[in-house]
Design a protein around this ligand. Structure first.
Ligand code: MSP
Length: 616
């Protein structure tokens, strides 16, 4: 059988002392040979037995040792491979992470939102070569493309880690030595089928015909190498216990079952070095090998925590906020995060992360959207055409977080038009129009007094409470739905009450109508706070229409979703649509339409809901 692993378990692995010249490819990247790290033979790690590091440490259950000491909320996206520029699949995790980070900031948490790029390994070196660039130039360019996209998508990260950062390399070296001195690294030879796109040896039984990787649909290559191995099998029992004692460690729950299944079926040691790959961090005790890209990249989550001017040490990085509160990842990299990573950390005497959430895939025609299959959707193109709010809202609202979701442009347009342009935008616009016409754009009542004896306020309060619970459970789509429901309730209310007729009747009816407008506008204010994690630019525009400044918007907290923010005498801004309706045209792409005025979207950014369209 081709590609069968020579040996599979730690105990049966055959240690070797010589290298086979047959299995060492020629050094095609020699001119760009990776800078050797300064050998800094670090002191041995504190003697922490693997049995005690996680069992006896109370912080592994996700609770704070000292509740009075505010722990940061550390949230990470995967560190993206820089083999190609970002696509919508990569943007998806980051948008979701940004929404969660923004929500946690609204709760007053000290959020450390980490993202970054994974820049070592064969896949990156090959991509750089194909682009005629040296790996460093290539990584700089693609890493910048990620940063630019995050800006376009309103992603407000706190730390951006690149795995080629020398400070990170120092952390990896220190970590490797800790694991080594704990007796968990040994040398052996290995033969197996390798998927370069996954950067992973595969079990033959998980492959398709012709040894094709089921994810990338490309044949795996037979590799034979002598490598250093991490003794994962030693951690079988500890991992089982960790999962049993920390039911929130893997989310959603159906993914926890998957992880439990992997562990139960028996953990195999895995190789953590490559003798054939130049573009990587050298193995501390063997310069002829580089550290396996996953063993390197996972540590980016820790090194990202280092303060800019702190001396880079594992201890300092850990003290700055570890363990991570939440790793957000796609389901394809769950095994690395929920099995390999906690075991590696246990070996080094460091606590595992508190939670790993594995979301589903964005698919096109049922296949995972990805760089390898080339069936990607350009996030920049979507942002240029529809604006960041539409992109963020659509993917977070449409795809149940955790499950797969297929993209359709028609659906994208329909959802954004129905929810953001109509339910929210139009409600705000027509209410402000009525207020301008009848009350000189000025509130005649406090929102509190306007709501006295009115069930509308109770309904809004219930919905906003639901939204909070959903955000807390990472049910982002349901959180959007609850906020949108406030808009639906507002539309029903205004249609039933018909304040435009009440104003005409004058007297008490006039007063009732003026109160009704305050109720709707207060609901809009609450929507602006509660939806701000998902659609921050749109919500700023709503807040500005309600007479608040940008600074006031940026200072909001979740407490501002409490009813009673709008006060008598407040003057609202000139009504302007906050989200222009998107309309398709027979030819020539997409047309933005608001209040019956159509505009072509040829000019960049025309459909960003920046008040280009006229008020109804
Ligand atoms: N470099 C590793 C991660 C190392 S983390 C220490 C990697 N990079 S990746 O660029 O290939 O993928 C990054 C993330 O993007 C993964 O979580 C992956 O699931 C996600 N996505 C890539 N394509 C995707 C979709 N089509 N849909 C949703 N997410 C997808 O893996």
């Amino acid at each position: 059988m081709a590609g069968r692993a020579l040996l599979s378990s730690h105990n049966s692995l055959r240690a070797i002392t010589t290298f086979s010249s047959v299995c060492r490819p020629t050094n095609r990247l020699a001119p760009y040979r990776f800078r050797r790290l300064r050998r800094s033979f670090l002191p041995a790690p504190p003697a922490i037995s693997t049995a005690t590091c996680c069992r006896n440490n109370p912080r592994t259950d996700g609770e704070s040792e000292n509740p009075s000491k505010a722990e940061p909320f550390v949230l990470t996206t995967p560190l993206y491979y820089v083999n190609a520029p970002p696509h919508m699949g990569s943007a998806y995790t980051t948008i979701a992470a940004d929404a969660i980070a923004r929500f946690q900031r609204l709760l007053g948490k000290n959020v450390i939102f980490i993202t970054g790029t994974d820049e070592h390994g064969e896949k990156i070196a090959t991509a750089a070569e194909a682009n005629g660039r040296n790996p460093k130039e290539h990584c700089d360019a693609v890493s910048d493309a990620y940063k630019m996209l995050w800006k376009e998508l309103d992603v407000a990260y706190d730390k951006f880690i690149r795995t080629t950062d020398p400070r990170h390399e120092g952390i990896v070296e220190e970590f490797y030595l800790r694991v080594f001195s704990n007796g968990d690294i040994y040398r052996a030879d290995y033969e197996g089928l390798y998927c370069i796109n996954c950067e992973e040896y595969k079990d033959e039984k998980e492959l398709l015909e012709n040894n094709c990787c089921p994810m990338h649909l490309k044949p795996c290559a037979l590799r034979k190498e002598d490598n250093y191995f991490f003794a994962l099998s030693k951690y079988q029992k500890l991992l089982e216990e960790h999962l049993m004692n920390n039911s929130n460690f893997v989310k959603p729950t159906f993914r926890l079952n998957e992880v439990q299944g992997w562990i139960k079926s028996g953990l195999k040691d895995f190789s953590i070095s490559r003798s054939s790959v130049e573009w990587g961090i050298p193995v501390p005790n063997d310069e002829k090998q580089t550290i396996y890209v996953w063993f390197d990249a996972l540590l980016g989550y820790v090194s990202a925590l280092l303060d800019e001017d702190a001396h880079p040490s594992l201890e300092k990085a850990v003290d700055a906020g570890w363990p991570a509160s939440l790793h957000l990842i796609g389901k394809d990299i769950l095994r690395f995060h929920a099995v390999y990573w906690p075991a590696m950390l246990m070996s080094a005497g460091i606590n595992p992360p508190k939670m790993v959430f594995g979301h589903g895939f964005l698919t096109k025609d049922g296949l995972k959207m990805g760089k390898t299959l080339g069936n990607t959707l350009e996030p920049k193109d979507l942002v240029d055409r529809f604006g960041s709010d539409a992109v963020r809202y659509f993917f977070l609202r449409e795809v149940e977080f955790g499950n797969d979701g297929d993209f359709s442009e028609d659906r994208f347009i329909n959802i954004n038009n129905a929810h953001l342009a109509n339910t929210i935008g139009n409600l705000l616009n027509r209410t402000l129009g009525l207020l301008k016409k009848n009350c000189q754009s000025t509130l005649a009542f406090d929102s509190d007094s306007a709501a006295e004896g009115n069930m509308f306020k109770d309904t809004v309060e219930k919905l906003v409470k639901k939204a909070k619970d959903y955000y807390e459970n990472l049910s982002l789509s349901s959180a959007c739905e609850s906020v949108l429901e406030i808009g639906n309730t507002g539309n029903l209310y205004i249609d039933e009450r018909a304040p435009w007729s009440l104003f005409k009747q004058g007297g008490l009816s006039y007063e009732t109508a003026a109160k009704d407008l305050v109720l709707i506008l207060e609901a809009m204010r609450i929507i602006a706070v509660a939806l701000s994690p998902v659609a921050p630019s749109l919500c700023l525009r709503i807040y500005s229409q309600l007479g608040f400044s940008k600074d006031q918007f940026e200072a909001t907290t979740w407490a501002d979703t409490k009813w009673g923010g709008l006060k008598v005498g407040s003057v609202m801004a000139e009504p302007k649509p906050v989200f222009a309706r998107i309309e398709t045209e027979k030819e020539g792409g997409v047309v933005a339409k608001a209040g019956g005025v159509q505009q072509t979207s040829k000019a960049r950014g025309i459909n960003r809901g920046q008040g280009l369209a006229q008020a109804a």
